[in-house]
Design a protein around this ligand. Structure first.
Ligand code: NAI
Ligand code: HP7
Length: 405
């Protein structure tokens, strides 16, 4: 997508607050809405992010956002603030804050409640409150009750975000939008909101929409666990999973959707599988098993290496610390878990990543030159054609021209 192409303008421009507006979801969404003609206020508690974005800089990699942000600021229709009370002056309040799980892998309800209390106290009759963050079943209806309990006649909708980070601006205009409302009017207004942007809309009830989002991410997470389990089994038989994968997927439609093996990390897939299981972990045994398989992969790789000889005098190198390829985001990346395990077993561990600035990292050349063996942690394009004259573990089957192990 070219962010500078003439965008379709909305028929009825609105005043919109995006709470969590400097985050990975809030910022691209806010920019798109502004670009389409709405007046957007990005509300965020992170003063550093608010300052960075106000200066026209996008704090993370997001395709097209670097061009779009200055354009939006220049339009005079994009504002930034730390103050939650700015939601008072809006027609629509979008919530895009993080929704983490706690130390017991249950949703951290207090975080969400605190934000809602911050926001809802400033709301007024007639507004549309739209939740975009990924929430567990029941949160939207509970929120609607809390709004009503305060005597505010506002509409509450839940319209889950489904973009892949890094490609938000393109996907926001391409993906169908799941839309739900706690009242017919809320659903109608949320539907119009997205139809105005040219999106196709799929209506569901709030709890259906909550489950739809969580089923999607859990499905993806469990799918990766299947391949990762097969990878481990192949390794135990000294077989190459990548060759088997290529064989069973070649011209054989019934294996369509069979995922490649790899580190299934990042801020969402595991977290959302746990949100789906919330307070019912016994009801999502597939999700629990997927967690054990996916999170166990770094330890499995190290144990495989150890079974071939002691590591205690060796230097290990990790290629790629981001949670996925061509991405600058280290959140919940399994490369960090791998680094921890290797640190216990090896003399030294060297890490490199072209997208992440970290004083403890070394350059790619140094990492390759000084390591006795390497492990691919993230599928950055720069690594694809590397020819390395050393043992390399590539769980993803990503590297070309590379003899593995
Ligand atoms: N990152 C992704 O690829 C996707 C994320 N989601 C969901 O979107 C939600 C947000 O995720 P991200 O944008 O990745 O998180 P993030 O951490 O990048 O952004 C959240 C933003 O909210 C701000 N914030 C926190 N508390 C606040 C408050 N009380 N008032 C105002 N701002 C506040 C933070 O400072 C931060 O800038 C989560 O529920 C996530 O599961 C959904 C689809 C994709
Ligand atoms: C493409 C897609 O469906 N993305 C959904 C997902 O996005 P996210 O940014 O987490 O990327 P993604 O799923 O590709 O990688 C995660 C990990 O899997 C690993 N991964 C990836 C591909 C593969 O074949 N193997 C593998 O191990 C990879 O190395 C990562 O470690 O969650 C978002 C969310 O709700 O938060 C949804 O909105 C998105 O639609």
């Amino acid at each position: 997508m070219s962010a500078s192409s003439v965008p379709r303008q909305v028929a009825s421009p609105l005043r919109i607050a995006v709470v969590g507006g400097c985050g990975h979801i809030g910022l691209p969404l806010g920019l798109l809405l502004c670009d389409r003609g709405h007046t957007v206020t990005l509300v965020d508690v992170n003063a550093a992010s608010v300052k960075t974005v106000s200066e026209g800089k996008v704090p993370f990699d997001e395709l097209g956002a670097d061009e779009l942000l200055p354009k939006c600021l220049a339009s005079g229709r994009l504002k930034l603030t730390l103050a939650a009370e700015s939601v008072r002056d809006q027609d629509v309040v979008l919530v895009t804050i993080g929704t983490p799980v706690d130390e017991y892998l249950d949703p951290d309800i207090r975080t969400f409640d605190r934000v809602i209390d911050d926001v809802v106290q400033w709301m007024r009759d007639g507004q549309l409150l739209m939740i975009r963050s990924t929430v567990f079943p029941g949160v939207t209806e509970r929120l609607a009750r809390r709004v009503a309990d305060r005597g505010i006649e506002a509409q509450v909708a839940y319209c889950p975000e489904r973009i892949a980070q890094g490609y938000a601006l393109r996907e926001l205009t391409e993906l169908p939008q799941i839309v739900s409302g706690c009242s017919p009017e809320a659903e109608e207004r949320a539907t119009k909101f997205f139809e105005d942007l040219g999106a196709r809309v799929i209506p569901l009830s709030p709890v259906e929409a909550e489950l739809a989002k969580l089923f999607t991410n859990s499905f993806r997470y469990i799918n990766f666990a299947i391949s990762n389990q097969f990878y481990m089994l192949a390794e135990r038989h000294s077989a190459d999973f990548g060759r088997i994968y290529d064989a069973v997927t070649f011209d054989y439609p019934r294996m369509k959707g069979f995922a490649r093996s790899g580190f299934a990390g990042g801020p969402c897939l595991l977290k959302d599988t746990m949100q789906l299981a919330s307070f019912n972990h016994n009801l999502l045994t597939l999700g629990q098993n997927a967690m054990m398989i996916n999170e166990g992969l770094p330890r499995f790789i190290v144990d495989q290496l150890k079974s071939k000889g002691p590591l205690i005098h060796s230097t290990a190198g990790i290629l790629g610390m981001a949670f996925k390829g061509n991405c600058d985001d280290p959140r919940s990346s399994l490369s960090y878990k791998l680094r921890k395990v290797l640190t216990l077993e090896c003399r030294e561990v060297l890490c490199t990543d072209p997208y992440i600035v970290d004083p403890s990292f070394v350059s790619l050349d140094e990492c390759v030159a000084k390591s006795d063996f390497l492990i691919l942690g993230a599928c950055h394009s720069q690594y694809r054609d590397l020819v390395i004259d050393k043992p390399v573990v590539d769980v993803f089957g990503f590297l070309k021209k590379q003899a593995i192990r």
